[in-house]
Design a protein around this ligand. Structure first.
Ligand SMILES: *Cc1c(COP(=O)(O)O)cnc(C)c1O
Length: 410
């Protein structure tokens, strides 16, 4: 008899985005006249087309595949050297990272989930609350948790509450954790960690022999030069941290698919017999066994993000989205709501009007303004009382959202 991985049955049925889609569907069925007015600021997906330099490089890659002389079959599982080197030169120059410490993949969501393959059972997993749901659900699937309670918190996870009091940056806990997920700039709160805060985390990881899984998917949106863009800017991080990056949010690759993990060879963890094993060695084996490389035209396209034209075009995209974020911040503040994030991240995190839960506010925004936002409670119980507005949109849509937001609450 075949059995299943019963851990999947612990996952909560009502996942955030399906529930949002359901409510929008019900609303449009009941209010067909309003359907055309709906503006979606919910899911964190880019809206602007790929940079021209990326499109050109992808076309060239396809042309090479069309010619026997330049055709390419399977590439290196770890990714083409030209892309790994471009990443190191452009993003990790002076941080002591070498090209063979970079592993190219088809996106960061898969990487943040798949990384659990190389860790043992019984690790104490620390997760911020609110959080990108992928970290939680992949740990549930891997059997690293018990069941969820009525608030949706899983037994066995160490939740690190993020709130207005700590400016949505988790403090190091009194408890001992073995694996810590950190995401800065943060999805969903838009918070960034200062150098001192990241130093405290690296120190904690060293003291507790823990590993930091650092998700820097939104690094390109950092405007403040004092905010570290990589965990490897922190001394000692090369011994205790991995970093996840993606071309999804800077290059608009959400539908193209390319990401990478940086694993310094100096990061080790304990085997059952107590010997220390480099995580690089394990991930290298895992990646080449279960993955056959990202597609060649896509890797060519990703490398074009670092060309002079590509850099300029990506900067223009970031400027566009951050201009949106500024307008959204101002509108929410003008409506008298507490506003966080949106200064170094494409997400604005807003406190609900007094007395309204996150889902109340979702229904109010949809019903009265026809704007779809993301309820904060969907990212964890500490997100209750907040909502996320995504700055990934056209300028015209954002301006209209701002008008409606001000009219709504004021
Ligand atoms: C968008 C996002 C990513 C990147 O995901 P891809 O699979 O590379 O598209 C990673 N982490 C977070 C928190 C994100 O929001």
């Amino acid at each position: 008899m075949a059995t299943i991985n019963s851990n999947f049955l612990k996952l909560k049925a009502g996942y955030l985005f399906p529930e949002i889609a359901r409510r929008v569907r019900v609303y449009t069925e009941e209010n067909p006249d309003k359907a055309a007015r709906i503006i979606r600021c919910g899911i964190g997906d880019v809206t602007e087309p790929l940079p021209a330099a990326v499109v050109k490089a992808m076309h060239e890659g396809v042309e090479e595949m069309a010619d026997r002389a330049t055709f390419k079959g399977y590439g290196p599982e770890q990714g083409y050297e030209f892309l790994r080197q471009a990443i190191v030169d452009n993003q990790f120059a002076d941080l002591g990272i070498s090209a063979d410490e970079v592993f190219i993949s088809d996106g960061s969501k898969c990487d943040t989930g798949n990384i659990l393959d190389i860790f043992g059972k019984g690790n104490v997993i620390a997760i911020t609350d609110p959080v990108y749901p992928v970290y939680v659900d992949t740990n549930v699937m891997a059997g690293n948790t018990g069941d969820a309670d009525e608030k949706g918190a899983y037994e066995g996870l160490l939740y690190l509450p993020c709130n207005a009091a700590n400016n949505f940056v988790a403090d190091v806990p009194a408890e001992k954790a073995d694996i810590i997920y950190l995401c800065f700039p943060n999805n969903p709160t838009g918070a960034v960690a200062t150098r001192a805060q990241l130093e405290a985390w690296v120190k904690y990881a060293k003291e507790n022999d823990a590993i930091i899984l650092f998700d820097a998917a939104y690094e390109a949106f950092i405007q403040d030069p004092a905010i570290p863009r990589s965990i490897f800017e922190i001394e000692g991080a090369r011994d205790v941290a991995l970093e996840f990056r993606s071309f999804s949010k800077n290059g608009g690759f959400t539908g193209v698919r390319c990401g990478y993990i940086v694993i310094p060879k100096t990061v080790t963890a304990k085997a059952d017999d107590g010997t220390r094993v480099p995580l690089h060695q394990l991930w290298s084996r895992r990646h080449s066994t279960k993955f056959n490389g990202a597609s060649y035209p896509v890797q060519k396209a990703a490398a074009a993000v670092f060309s002079p034209e590509g850099k300029q075009q990506v900067s223009a995209l970031i400027e566009h989205y951050m201009g949106n974020a500024k307008l959204l911040r101002e509108a929410a503040a003008a409506a008298g709501l507490p506003v966080f994030g949106g200064e170094n991240a494409p997400y604005v995190w807003v406190g609900c009007p007094a007395g309204l839960t996150s889902w109340d506010m979702f229904d109010k925004m949809l019903g009265e303004a026809q704007v779809v936002i993301t309820p904060g409670s969907g990212f964890g119980s500490a997100g209750e009382g907040y909502f996320r507005i995504s700055a990934f949109n056209s300028r015209a849509n954002v301006e209209e959202v701002c008008r409606r937001l001000k009219a709504l609450v004021a």
